[in-house]
Ligand binder design. Structure first.
Ligand code: GDP
Ligand code: MG
Length: 173
């Protein structure tokens, strides 16, 4: 059982990005160590907020309940977020092309001090890749975002994603 007194910080990490890019699977992989079988977006509805301990700090991870249309995610979702995981799917050009719209939402709703990491998920499907790594890296750099490619399915870089973010937050706190 966690009590607030045992922690120096409480961080809020929020996942955003188009429906279907794998946000819920990334959270599941990290917090439960599993990749849910089956297809479809319904797997996203069974939780909103997970509390975990990373690097000895209490971290709340916010996942959407499937309301990823622009402006249907409320302001409260972004409010007081310390970090954002902006996710797209490397096999889905459309999910990459929507990133500027997500950035506009971030600009509108998030703290100016928020740490944002761009994540290209589903690298296990590299034969179906539609977004070149270099292109995504260039875009991330132009927006002062970190960049990482992951596979929730194969557990590639998922641990690293959350640990790197926590380290960055502890460093900036
Ligand atoms: P969300 O809408 O962003 O939360 O996306 P979900 O986590 O619900 O995942 C959407 C679909 O993509 C599901 O069918 C998942 O099984 C699949 N998926 C998620 N992550 C990966 C991945 O890393 N690799 C592969 N191959 N499929 C994935
Ligand atoms: Mg989801």
């Amino acid at each position: 059982i966690m009590s607030m007194e045992d922690y120096d910080y409480l961080f809020k990490i929020v996942l955003i990005g188009n429906a279907g890019v794998g946000k819920t699977c990334l959270v599941r992989r990290f917090t439960q160590g599993l990749f849910p079988p089956g297809q479809g977006a319904t797997i996203g509805v069974d939780f909103m907020i997970k509390t975990v301990e990373i690097k000895g700090e209490k971290v709340k991870i916010w996942d959407t309940a499937g309301q990823e249309r622009f402006r249907s995610i409320t302001q409260s979702y972004y409010r007081s977020a310390n970090a954002l995981i902006l996710t797209y799917d490397i096999t889905c050009e459309d999910s990459f092309r929507c990133l500027p719209e997500w950035l506009r939402e971030i600009e509108q709703y998030a703290n100016t001090t928020v740490v944002t990491i761009l994540v290209g998920n589903k690298i296990d499907l590299s034969e179906k890749r539609e977004v070149l790594r270099q292109r995504a890296e260039d875009f991330a750099e132009s927006q002062s975002m970190l960049y990482l490619e992951t596979s929730a399915k194969e557990s590639d870089n998922v641990e690293k994603l959350f640990l790197d973010l926590a380290c960055e937050l502890i460093r900036e706190a």
